[in-house]
Write a protein that binds this ligand. Structure first.
Ligand code: SF4
Length: 398
């Protein structure tokens, strides 16, 4: 799997703590770096076509046709993907076995951009809707308005994208219960195939975090989060969506293969400033979250030896211990509807960890935070899902 981070945004959303810059000064140099990094790091993934490519950000829908075509050409030249027979980089590959997702913001989705994307190999869009209400969008300092939020989905459907995911945010200070219910109704009426819904988190180093700390804006409210989450699950499951991960819902057959790969420990390569990767075994690697530093470093890298010498300033790495891997397995298993299977846990980590896990969860089983565990699989109940991080933490080996 391949993740490509496009670290530019038109404006800063008030709650965002992803890596991005609103300055375009380094844009060309960063794209150069991304192309070089894709070439240099190809051996870190198994040979053959990758199962998925995910353009995340930042805002990948800011990429021009030329920039997108250039990146796809590098993907073909380095055999991440099989090129189209016509030889043109910006053409659908018709390889439906590859999931090729691009994150897009509604304000970028004018007809010309949609046509560029429809004519490209991208076969799945993830649209940052967040809300269909003006009050919410202004509060979050989103670059789009409510009209653009509603029209974006119809426009991309008309252009032939049937695999469309949207992001929604619940529990924010401006989002009433009625507004949240209406956001969900609009989303399901529009027939999107996948929905990722997140509680509005107040991160300290964001504009929202600063305003909350200064008392200019009230803090978020856990009781409201619970109400909105319950409404989310009730509405989407009653409309045929599978709740396959705490924050993710899909119509049958439309789960995100890329994200499911993250949660099941697959190998992935993270390209671009701030991107993270995993070798599928023990090593996590991440790039510097600074566009200028990333661009400058890659301008000077021409050989694998140069890349190796950039360790520590261009990228960093950590090695997971057995306990780290076990803890991650517990957390990602419990967050998904597949749950944690005791026999699989034993196969991967041994009998001692199984005893530890089952002992640690006795209280949670008694508190009905799990569905029936008699088949040896621990799947969270609705009450458990609402406390997923705490339940997972109880099972951690510390
Ligand atoms: S568009 Fe996305 S990445 Fe950019 S500031 Fe907003 S939330 Fe963050």
């Amino acid at each position: 799997m391949l993740y490509i981070h496009i670290p530019f945004c038109k404006q800063a959303c008030s709650y965002c703590n992803f890596h991005f810059s609103t300055s375009m000064k380094t844009r060309d140099a960063v794209i150069d770096g991304i192309c070089k990094e894709l070439e240099m790091r190809r051996p870190e993934l198994p040979a053959g076509s990758v199962p998925s490519v995910y353009f995340g950000g930042g805002t990948p829908s800011l990429l021009t046709e030329v920039e997108l075509g250039r990146i796809f050409q590098v993907l073909y030249d380095n055999e991440y993907l099989t090129p189209p027979t016509s030889g043109s980089p910006n053409e659908p590959t018709n390889q439906q076995t590859n999931e090729l997702t691009l994150e897009a913001n509604p304000d970028d989705l004018d007809e010309a951009t949609i046509q560029t994307l429809a004519a490209s190999p991208i076969n799945r869009l993830s649209i940052g809707i967040q809300s269909f209400y003006e009050e919410d969008l202004r509060f979050m300092n989103r670059a789009h308005n409510a009209t653009e939020a509603r029209s974006a989905i119809k426009k991309v459907n008309r252009a032939g994208f049937d695999d469309v995911s949207i992001d929604l945010i619940y529990g924010g200070q401006t989002t009433t219960d009625d507004m949240w219910a209406e956001n969900l109704r609009i989303a399901t009426d529009l027939g999107v195939t996948h929905i990722s819904a997140y509680a509005l988190t107040v991160e300290p180093k964001t504009a929202l975090g600063v305003n909350v700390a200064k008392g200019k804006v009230s803090n978020t409210d856990d009781v409201k989060f619970d109400r909105h989450f319950n409404k989310l699950v009730d509405h989407l499951t009653s409309h045929g969506y599978r709740h396959y991960e705490v924050s993710n819902f899909c119509l049958p057959g439309h789960e995100s293969r890329h994200n499911s790969g993250y949660w099941s420990g697959q190998v992935y390569l993270g390209i671009g400033p701030g991107a993270h990767g995993f070798d599928g075994q023990r090593t996590r690697k991440w790039n510097v979250s600074n566009n200028a530093a990333y661009a400058k470093a890659w301008a000077e890298i021409n050989t694998p030896e140069d890349f190796a010498a950039a360790d520590g300033f261009l990228y960093d790495a950590e090695s997971l211990t057995d306990n780290d891997r076990y803890n991650e397995y517990i957390m990602t298993g419990l967050r998904r509807d597949v749950g944690v299977s005791v026999s699989e846990l034993e196969r991967l980590f041994g009998a001692e960890k199984v005893r530890y896990f089952t002992d640690s969860q006795r209280g949670n089983v008694a508190a009905n935070l799990f569905l029936d565990t008699s088949d040896g699989v621990y799947r969270l109940s609705r009450a458990g899902i609402m406390r997923a991080d705490g339940v997972g933490g109880d099972g951690f080996w510390v």
